[in-house]
Design a protein around this ligand. Structure first.
Ligand code: IZC
Ligand code: ZN
Length: 406
C-alpha cells in the first residue's frame, strides 16, 4: 500500500547506517517543502516541491517538522507495582543503593513482578506503550531483570514478545537477570552468577537479543560482569552494560574491552572509560532524566562526543530511579544539561539509539530504503522542539507507513 506524506515544512535527519560520533553526530540535514512516499512500510522516494499523484493514503503534515520515529534504547519496561514510597525516603536523604541494600528498590519490584500474572503484566505494559507511542517513541528496548529466576525472567521476556506482536511500538528484548542478587542467593552472589551463566542464559537465549549487567557497587563487579557478558556473547547475544551510574568500578572500561554494543548511564565515567568505549566502538547511552530524578551529576556527554564516542539518549523508564517514559523530556535535558545541540540530540534519539540496539541499518534516519517510521511535530523547525518543554509536542506518529497516532 502506498502512502504519501505531503506538505512537510522541513525534514530533519542525520544520514547513514551506523552510529555517528564527533562532529558527524551533529551533521543533520534539513530538507524544506518536502514529501515522502512509502510502500510496504518502507520509504521509497523523497522529494521537494510538487508531490506525486497516485498514493492510496495521503497524510498532510501541514507545514510541520518531520523526523524519524524516536528510538528509546534503554528502558526497564515490564514490572509489577510502583515504588512511590521511595520518594519520601529520597527526600530524607536515603541513597538509591542504600534502599536496595535494605531489601527495597529493585528487590521490591522483584516481589511485585513475581506476584503478577503474565496477563496483568501484559496489560499494564500495553498501556505504558500506548503513552510512549503518543509521545513519539516508535521503537523501544526492554530489559528484563525483575524476575531473577528462570521462570520469572521468562515471564517478563514472553510479555515483551507478545506485546511486540500485538501493539505498534517495536520492542527489542534485553535479558538482565544480573540486575540484583535475589533473596534466595543473599550472601552468595557467586552462586547467582553461576546460575545466570549455567542455567538462565541457555534457557532464555532465544527470547532476547542482548544481555545487560548492573555493574555497580553492592551489585555486580567488573569481574562478574565480564563473566556473564562473555558467556552471553558466546551464546549469540550482544553485550550491554549499566556502567558508572553511581561509582566508576570499571564498567565503561570493560565495555570497550569486550566490544559491548553499548554502555549505559555513565554519570561517573572516567577518561579511561571514554577512551575504551571509543576504541571498542561502543555507543554511550546517556540517561539525563535519571541524573535529574536522583539529584546526581550528569554524564560527560560532550567529552564523549569530542573523544569520538557516539552518544545516544534514552528515557531509562523504570519504577525506581526514573519513572518517566517521555523521551521528549530526555531530549530537552540532553540539550539543557549535557549542552548538546538540537542536532546532536536528534541523532542521539534516532540513528545512535538505533545503533545501540543493532537496528541502524533499518531505522533512525529518513532515507530511501529505511523503515517508514516518523514523527510529525507540532513545530515548524527543530529548534522549536528543544526551546519548548514539558508538554507533548508530537502531533502525528507513523509506523511502517501507517498513521498510528493522530
Ligand atoms: O528498578 O531501580 N538503575 N536499575 C539500575 C534501575 C536503576 C532500575 C530500578
Ligand atoms: Zn537501567
Amino acid at each position: 500500500m502506498k502512502t504519501l506524506i505531503k506538505n512537510i515544512g522541513c525534514i530533519a535527519t542525520v544520514r547513514g547506517n551506523a552510529a555517528k560520533s564527533g562532529k558527524a553526530q551533529g551533521d543533520v540535514t534539513f530538507t524544506e517543502n518536502a514529501w515522502i512516499l512509502c510502500e510496504d512500510g518502507k520509504i521509497t522516494d523523497i522529494g521537494t516541491g510538487d508531490a506525486p499523484c497516485g498514493a492510496v493514503n495521503t497524510v498532510d503534515a501541514e507545514g510541520n517538522l518531520l523526523t524519524a520515529g524516536l528510538v528509546d534504547s534503554h528502558t526497564h519496561l515490564v514490572f509489577g507495582g510502583w515504588r512511590e514510597n521511595e520518594l519520601a525516603m529520597k527526600l530524607h536523604g536515603v541513597e538509591y543503593l542504600d534502599i536496595l541494600r535494605q531489601g527495597g528498590g529493585i528487590l521490591s519490584t522483584v516481589k511485585f513482578t513475581r506476584a503478577a500474572s503474565e496477563d496483568e503484566l501484559t496489560e499494564k505494559t500495553r498501556d505504558i506503550l500506548s503513552e510512549m507511542l503518543a509521545l513519539g517513541t516508535t521503537t523501544c528496548e526492554a530489559k528484563s531483570g525483575y524476575g531473577l529466576s528462570v521462570e520469572a525472567e521468562l515471564k517478563q521476556l514472553r510479555v515483551v514478545k507478545k506485546l511486540n506482536e500485538t501493539q505498534s511500538v517495536e520492542l527489542v528484548s534485553t535479558f538482565m537477570a544480573a540486575h540484583a542478587v535475589p533473596p534466595e542467593y543473599k550472601g552468595n552472589k557467586s552462586g547467582y552468577v553461576d546460575e545466570i551463566v549455567n542455567n538462565m542464559l541457555p534457557e532464555i537465549k532465544d527470547l532476547a537479543e542482548f544481555c545487560d549487567v548492573f555493574c555497580e557497587t553492592a551489585v555486580f563487579d567488573a569481574q562478574d560482569s565480564k563473566r556473564i557478558l562473555e558467556a552471553a556473547q558466546r551464546m549469540g547475544l550482544g553485550a550491554k552494560i549499566h556502567a558508572d551510574e553511581i561509582d566508576p568500578i570499571g564498567g565503561s572500561e570493560l565495555a570497550g574491552e569486550i566490544g559491548a554494543i553499548s554502555a549505559e548511564h555513565l554519570i561517573a565515567c572516567r577518561e579511561s572509560g571514554i577512551r575504551s568505549m571509543a576504541k571498542g566502538g561502543t555507543v554511550a547511552v546517556c540517561l539525563p532524566c535519571t541524573s535529574f530524578y536522583l539529584g546526581k551529576g550528569f554524564a560527560p556527554a560532550r567529552d564523549m562526543i569530542e573523544a569520538g564516542v557516539p552518544v545516544a539518549i534514552a528515557s531509562d523508564f523504570n519504577p525506581g530511579s526514573t519513572p518517566n517514559l517521555s523521551l521528549q523530556l530526555a531530549m530537552n535535558m540532553g540539550c539543557y544539561k549535557y549542552r548538546m545541540t538540537p542536532e546532536e540530540v536528534l541523532t542521539a534519539v534516532t540513528l545512535n539509539a538505533a545503533a545501540a540496539i543493532g537496528r541502524a541499518d533499518k531505522i533512525g534516519t529518513v532515507e530511501v530504503g529505511k523503515q517508514a517510521d516518523f514523527v510529525i511535530w507540532d513545530a515548524p523547525n527543530l529548534n522549536r522542539v528543544f526551546y519548548r518543554y514539558g508538554h507533548n509536542q508530537v502531533k502525528t506518529v507513523i509506523k511502517h507507513g501507517e498513521v498510528i497516532k493522530k
